[in-house]
Design a protein around this ligand. Structure first.
Ligand code: FNR
Length: 181
């Protein structure tokens, strides 16, 4: 594809709603886009002492981000902020100083939770981090997805009730990446 998107899912849970959402969203994109969910669970806890000899998993993760034309963050909300596993991945790929993998990569932020206002605070906290990392991030539409019965259909696609809304979101995301890639 012309546009390869690095997908960062902010949950390690096997049956994560956010992982399912990331998979279903990818199906709403045009044929010139491909989406790869990056592995976060083998990244070490970030330690600045390791900046001079980053782990192989960190170098791999940074390479995957650098090779992408854009990033899609699909995150859970933990205790009204972003999960530590997501922040850890972001921190690992932001260093050493001056060698961040994130700088300039266009991004989108979305998330699902079991709460009705779910992920709104996590998404705002994430936007703060992405602004510092110099990632142009799609502002509108916002999407705070309530993970309830019917969100996904039987084949793992977006269910009928949310499909039009999320197709609209994806169309804007695609346009944003094309503008900034
Ligand atoms: C949660 N959950 C949650 N939900 C929410 O809307 N706001 C929150 O602040 C929190 N806080 C929180 C903390 C911790 C430690 C856990 C484990 C869970 C519930 C959360 O939305 C739910 O577990 C989702 O299923 C998490 O997303 P995944 O793993 O399904 O992608």
């Amino acid at each position: 594809s012309q546009y390869n998107i690095a997908v960062i899912v902010g949950s390690l849970r096997k049956d994560s709603f956010n992982r399912k959402l990331a998979t279903a969203l990818a199906r709403l994109a045009p044929a010139d886009f491909s989406f790869t969910q990056l592995r976060l669970d083998d990244l070490p806890l970030y330690n600045q002492d390791d900046d001079g000899q980053q782990a192989a998993s960190v170098l791999r993760f940074k390479g995957e981000v650098k090779a992408a034309q854009g990033v899609l963050f699909v995150t859970a909300e933990y205790n009204r902020s972003i999960p530590g596993v997501l922040k850890n991945a972001i921190d690992n790929a932001s260093r050493p100083y001056g060698q961040s993998a994130w700088a300039g990569k266009p991004a989108g932020v979305i998330g699902a939770s079991v709460g009705a206002i779910g992920t709104s605070m996590a998404q705002q906290h994430l936007r703060n981090v992405l602004a510092y990392l110099d990632m142009p991030t799609l502002g509108q539409p916002e999407a705070f997805i309530h993970a309830k019965e019917g969100l996904f259909d039987a084949d793992g696609g977006i269910g009928a009730g949310s499909r039009e809304f999320l197709q609209g979101w994806m169309n804007q995301y695609v346009a944003w990446i094309k503008k900034h890639a």
